[in-house]
Design a protein around this ligand. Structure first.
Ligand code: ZN
Ligand code: ZN
Length: 286
């Protein structure tokens, strides 16, 4: 299984000279299974460049796109996903619905006037929508499975657990796993989100804030600190932790510092968890 990060930023794109290494595009992760099957997690602005890369190869594009939720930073790139305008493309879009809105309406809404010049009907691809919710389980033809679970984030937001090729990848962004619990209680009260990440070979987890930022008026906003991410990895016995959904205000140097602090905290606890900061263009092999 090969994982490539096309967008790692949270909330809003943050291009510029201070975000060159970790990247400025919002959430999009490409996963290639050993048989070539393509799974995409989220359609933030990073999915535009993924689309161009896919069209550079011959043959039709077939993909399963799992949306965590419909906040802008997770869907905004979809209207610019060029393979969607190609008649040969088969795209299955899976994700949660929002109150009375079907998944199709949630996704199409951002392409309606006056928000966008072209309606979603202009997309020539064969597009299928699949509603997912807490406990949903998707079985792909090649034997891979994806399980969904609700995260703690405003609105209905899903985390995903992919099992394929003998490996487990967990994608839990936009998640405040311990809610209002005091930091001292985090290990005593395992988050229910931990089950999605149990024994994960790779855990891609929200780590938007420093602990200081979190305590400063950001409790309840639905995001994590690197310590939250560490606690999830520890409780789940995950092997590799990727800090994801970087705050748009964080420079490369600040993300470096967050990664270093997380590694130091892991070492201090004697935990054999490898920690990385998600970087646009980075490829990981499981
Ligand atoms: Zn987000
Ligand atoms: Zn969100």
């Amino acid at each position: 299984m090969q994982v490539r990060f096309w967008g790692t930023r949270g909330s809003i794109p943050a291009p510029g000279p201070t975000t060159m290494r970790y990247g400025g595009n919002t959430s999009c992760v490409e996963v290639r299974l050993d048989d070539g099957a393509l799974l995409i997690f989220d359609a933030g602005t990073g999915i535009r460049a993924l689309g161009e890369a896919l069209l550079a190869h011959p043959g039709p594009v077939r993909a399963h796109l799992f949306l965590s939720h419909a906040h802008w930073d997770h869907i905004q790139g979809l209207p610019f996903f060029a393979p969607a305008y190609s008649a040969g493309t088969e795209l299955t879009i899976l994700g949660p619905e929002h109150e009375q809105l079907t998944l199709a309406k949630v996704v199409m809404g951002q392409m309606q006037s006056p928000y966008f010049p072209i309606p979603m009907h202009a997309m020539a691809a064969q597009i299928e929508f699949v509603k997912l919710g807490e406990g949903s389980r998707v079985e792909l033809p090649n034997g891979a499975t994806v399980e969904a679970g609700l995260l703690n984030h405003p609105g209905c937001t899903l985390g995903y657990r992919l099992t394929a090729n003998g490996k487990v990848l967990t994608y839990t962004t936009d998640n405040e796993p311990f809610g209002d619990a005091a930091p001292s209680q985090h290990l005593a009260q395992p988050s229910r989100h931990v089950s999605l990440a149990r024994e994960a070979d790779l855990l891609i987890q929200d780590a938007q804030y420093t602990p200081e930022e979190y305590q400063s008026h950001r409790v309840g906003w639905g995001h994590s600190t690197y310590l939250d991410a560490l606690h999830v990895a520890q409780q789940a016995n995950a092997r590799r932790l990727v800090l994801f959904h970087h705050d748009p205000s964080h420079t490369d140097a600040e993300v470096d510092d967050i990664v270093a602090q997380c590694r130091a905290a892991l070492a201090q606890r004697g935990l054999p968890v490898e920690c990385l900061g998600a970087a646009e263009g980075q490829v990981l092999v499981l």
